[in-house]
Write a new protein. Structure first.
Length: 530
């Protein structure tokens, strides 16, 4: 069993975990939920041995624990196959001993008992480790996560940051630790990979799985227990995410009823005391009721809806009717063609969603318009009246951890509008002294909000958004979604967030095999990706 006893963890004045104790049993499927910054990632890091608590103990009782963070990456300069094999170093060590023993057999003293014993031992160990199935296991995990058949021969450098994250995930899945800890594993996955993880891999996983996710559907499919984190505490619920929400609402309703009933009784008691305060014949009763008020256990008033962010996008400067020209564009990386003779008509106030599997070219198309990537051929021109705002998929990861929230938000702005920045940060729930928190201690969701603040302080009439809802909790996603629907400029966004697409987009293009196909029925895109 994986246990935590009386865990405390603080970052400066912020108490993230306060006297947390929990137990994870073998083969359990546990979801960890809560708002951004509640301490979910901190808890998993401590359980995974990646971070020490200030107080308390964690024990896996001799079992192996594997942790995948939101920022996990892989080595560069090696093939995917080489990187995957490092997940099981014991096999490589035994293979090296087998080769050494076999080589020694060819020497003059080769057939000695020692060499024969070493050869026999290495052979037995490889059988115990199922080394003969390693390539098949690597292929299964990579295929499930959406990699092509020849992926093991490709250099890791040739993959984007999101795909490098998948390689790191594939390594951990290959190891099959007794306790598998996953921090928002679906953030970098398209629908097909999510489907495989939810319906194939996790249900058949031989050990326990503990995962952080803001995706209700994914949680409903994968977990049978929910740990809710709020105010440094953990509440335990049995069931999937829908069960948790139902029980949470029942708790709130019950507490509200108890609080209202108690308030009525308190009001009657105080009214009695006030009415008979000077009545000598009632003095004993009045005194008794005063003491009762002092000793009563007060029912805490249920909290209202969780406070969430509020976004209002800057007014879009007036743009040309055709803000960007994108004609017959081809983009190649070496011998791989990502975009092939692509033409995209963009008209002012269009809201175009780019959907399709990861690696199909959605991010590349946005990078070309943003000027970060040069096309191999074709015409791409941004009109002089077009002001481009580009929110990259990994923008939150590019923040400088040495700066405070406010310093990072203001960095590189032509004018240091601190008052405006602090107002925006307050709407993004960085209120008061929270703007002086170090970026280094922020959760993934909090970093995404800082990246959004930097983005929103720069007015634009053409927004390029690459997976803008990654790392945001449901409340934050809903508010960003509403803000984008009210934006009066042009939007081009790459996303797997179907709720965002359905509410914001006025047009959808499916990107696959280097081509763009207009989606007339959103169901088509869903079927293709699944």
């Amino acid at each position: 069993m994986l246990t935590a006893e009386k865990i405390f963890k603080s970052f400066g004045p912020q108490n993230v975990l306060k006297d947390v104790s929990l137990l994870i049993r073998p083969t359990e499927r546990v979801g960890v939920v809560g708002p951004n910054g509640a301490g979910k990632s901190t808890l998993l890091r401590i359980l995974g041995g990646m971070m020490e608590p200030d107080k308390g103990t964690v024990s896996a009782h001799g079992r192996s624990v594997g942790y995948l963070s939101q920022e996990s990456q892989c080595r560069l300069g090696v093939t995917v196959g080489e990187e995957m094999r490092t997940a099981l170093p014991d096999i490589a060590d035994v293979e090296a001993r087998l080769v050494a023993a076999a080589s020694a057999m060819g020497t003059e003293a080769g057939a000695s008992k020692a060499n024969l014993a070493a050869l026999d031992k290495a052979t037995s160990e490889l059988q115990r480790l199922d080394a003969h199935t390693l390539d098949a296991r690597i292929g299964r995990v990579l295929a499930g996560l959406g990699f092509e058949l020849d992926a093991t021969d490709r250099l890791t450098d040739t993959y984007s940051g999101g795909w490098q994250m998948r390689i790191a995930m594939a390594k951990l899945l290959l190891q099959e630790p007794d306790y598998l800890l996953l921090d928002e594993p679906t953030n970098h996955l398209d629908d097909a990979a999510k489907f495989w993880l939810a319906y194939d891999y996790i249900p058949n996983y031989p050990g326990a799985v503990v995962l952080i996710s803001h995706d209700p559907d994914f949680l409903n499919q994968t977990v049978t227990r929910i740990l809710e984190m709020e105010d440094g505490q953990v509440k335990d619920y049995t069931g999937d995410f829908d069960d948790y929400q139902r029980m949470k609402q029942e708790e709130r309703d019950r507490q509200q009823a108890e609080w209202e009933a108690q308030q009525k009784e308190l009001a009657k008691t105080r009214e009695f005391i006030q009415q008979f305060q000077g009545n000598k014949s009632k003095a004993g009763v009045v005194e008794s009721r005063k003491k009762m008020l002092e000793k009563i256990d007060m029912v805490e008033r249920p909290r209202g809806a969780a406070r969430t962010i509020y976004l209002e996008l800057p007014e879009a400067p007036r743009s040309n009717p055709e803000p960007v020209v994108f004609r017959h564009v081809t983009k190649k990386y070496g011998d791989k063609t990502v975009l092939n003779d692509v033409t995209l008509d963009v008209v002012r106030r269009d809201r175009i969603a780019l959907t399709g599997p990861n690696g199909a070219g959605k991010s590349t198309l946005l990078k070309i318009i943003a000027g970060d990537v040069e096309p191999t051929s074709g015409e791409v021109s941004v009109h002089p009246k077009t002001s481009v705002g580009y929110f990259a998929q990994h923008q939150a990861e590019a923040l400088d951890p040495s700066r405070t929230v406010l310093e990072e938000t203001l960095h590189d702005l032509p004018t240091q509008e601190e008052e405006k920045a602090r107002g925006l940060l307050a709407r993004l729930m960085f209120r008061g002294d929270a703007v002086f928190k170090s970026v280094a201690v922020l959760s993934g969701g909090e970093r995404s909000r800082v990246a959004l603040a930097k983005f929103l302080l720069r007015p634009a009439n053409l927004m390029l958004l690459d997976e803008p809802t990654n790392h945001l909790d449901p409340a934050a996603r809903a508010v960003l979604q509403q803000a984008l629907t009210q934006f009066d400029g042009t939007i081009l966004m790459a996303s797997h967030d179907r709720s965002l697409i359905d509410s914001v987009a006025t047009g959808e293009f499916y990107v696959e095999n280097g081509k763009l196909t207009m989606v007339l029925d959103p169901t088509i895109a869903r079927i293709k990706e699944e």
